[in-house]
Write a protein that binds this ligand. Structure first.
Ligand SMILES: Nc1ncnc2c1ncn2[C@@H]1O[C@H](COP(=O)(O)OP(=O)(O)OP(=O)(O)O)[C@@H](O)[C@H]1O
Ligand SMILES: [Mg+2]
Length: 395
């Protein structure tokens, strides 16, 4: 479940228009409201994280902003206010910021620019949220983040889901290759069928054939009759993880199945048709493996109909606040399930300083590493709101 920042939009003087709020719905949970008088109801009902106010560039801007700010309050749990105007002269910007506006944005503006400004405000906003996260449901909702890379990833996964061609995910350890493969499966018509994952590096040559294709009784000493991976994934998706580790021998076997859409169990005389979609992943540079002669060129071309490289977290630090928030919620949910006691488990939060500290790290282990660090930090500290000094980086 992906946490969507709640953004309330109040357009006074009709400067924002109707198109922008509509376009922002891809990124946020948008709460439109017409006039400042209806703000109290919006605050009570939806507790927005951010309020975007459209202000014309005159005395009205000051009046409206001051009305909104006084309605929101200035305690730590108050939403941040971002003023948007086509007529922001420096003088007005200074006045608005002094009044307590978090940021000022010149209009016109693209949805992407708004996303950036809201993202920049999140480290200040998220630590003040005591209400449970509102999340976007569905498989895509498991991919958290509003960076351009994450938005693009969700679009790409939707595209892959309506196709049946092989997909290859590239990316460092812990970037979400496994997660992405599952999302494609869940969004595809195969979601009613099985999702099978296999770590290709883990199959020794001697077992490759029987693992992939199964075996018939008596095919070799102690052989029992059993289906291989392809058969168990029939009408579903087979996720070939660490495909870069697959031996040349197993690659040759795999290529044949892909060409024939049929498998023959070891020791069987006839082959059986299988209907399996392949999604592969690796943290190696597969093209370089081909160059080096360690990966078959023909198999490479079969597997790379769709290729997507998932960016490491250090190239999308803007994602860290929402991902950390999401991981804390996940850790809490897990604790509740484990202890079956809603009170024994405590929902933890991160202070703004702690969030900024997390954003400064390089995270070679990416999302998985942040998850482990948060888990350790929670064990080491009793603070409900974790401070930077509570963060226990891995040794
Ligand atoms: N964008 C994201 N939003 C939320 N959770 C994420 C995101 N990316 C990764 N995760 C979580 O991080 C953990 C690691 O992700 P995953 O196992 O998919 O990585 P991977 O790329 O397959 O890593 P490896 O190469 O080590 O197998 C998982 O718990 C996953 O749910
Ligand atoms: Mg993985």
């Amino acid at each position: 479940m992906r946490y969507l920042p709640k953004v309330a939009i109040c357009d006074t003087g009709d400067v924002i228009g109707t198109k922008l709020p509509y376009l922002l719905e891809e990124y946020f949970s948008v709460i439109p409201f017409a006039e400042p008088p209806s703000l109290p109801a919006v605050l009570q009902k939806s507790s927005p994280d951010i309020i975007l106010i459209g202000v014309p560039g005159d005395a009205l801007a000051i009046a409206v902003t001051s009305a909104v700010l006084s309605e929101c309050g200035t305690h730590s749990g108050s939403p941040r206010v971002i003023a948007m105007s086509p007529a922001l002269v420096p003088d007005l910007v200074v006045k608005l910021m002094r009044m307590g506006v978090h940021d000022c944005v010149f209009l016109p503006v693209t949805p992407e620019q708004v996303v950036k400004r809201v993202q920049a405000a999140l480290p200040a906003v998220l630590p003040t949220r005591s209400t449970p996260s509102r999340s976007e449901a569905g498989p895509l909702g498991t991919i958290v983040g509003l960076s351009e890379a994450s938005v693009e990833l969700r679009r790409v996964l939707q595209r892959y889901a309506v196709s049946d061609s092989p997909v290859l995910f590239l990316g460092e350890s812990g970037t979400g290759k496994d997660l992405s493969a599952r999302v494609v499966h869940e969004l595809s018509y195969r979601s009613a069928g099985p999702f099978r994952a296999q770590n290709c590096g883990a199959i020794p040559d001697s077992l490759a054939e029987s693992e992939l294709f199964g075996s018939e009784r008596g095919a070799y000493t102690d052989a029992v009759s059993r289906p291989g991976l392809f058969e168990t994934a029939d009408h579903g998706t087979l996720f070939l993880d660490e495909i870069g580790e697959m031996s040349l021998f197993a690659q040759a076997k795999l290529l044949r199945v892909l060409e024939e859409s049929a498998v023959r169990r070891v020791g069987a005389t006839r082959s059986r048709a299988v209907d399996v979609r392949i999604i592969a992943a690796t943290n190696r540079d597969l093209a370089a493996e081909v160059q080096a002669g360690r990966f078959r060129n023909d198999l490479y071309h079969r597997l790379t109909v769709f290729v997507h490289r998932i960016k490491p977290l250090r190239e999308r630090v803007e994602d860290i606040p929402l991902i950390a928030e999401h991981l804390l919620q996940t850790l809490y949910d897990t604790a509740v399930t484990r202890t079956r006691d809603r009170h024994a488990a405590r929902r933890r939060y991160l202070s703004e300083e702690a969030l900024r500290f997390l954003m400064k790290q390089s995270w070679p282990g990416n999302v998985r590493e942040i998850m482990n660090v948060l888990e350790r930090s929670i064990q080491h500290s009793d603070n409900v709101k974790l401070q930077a000094s509570d963060i226990r980086l891995l040794p």
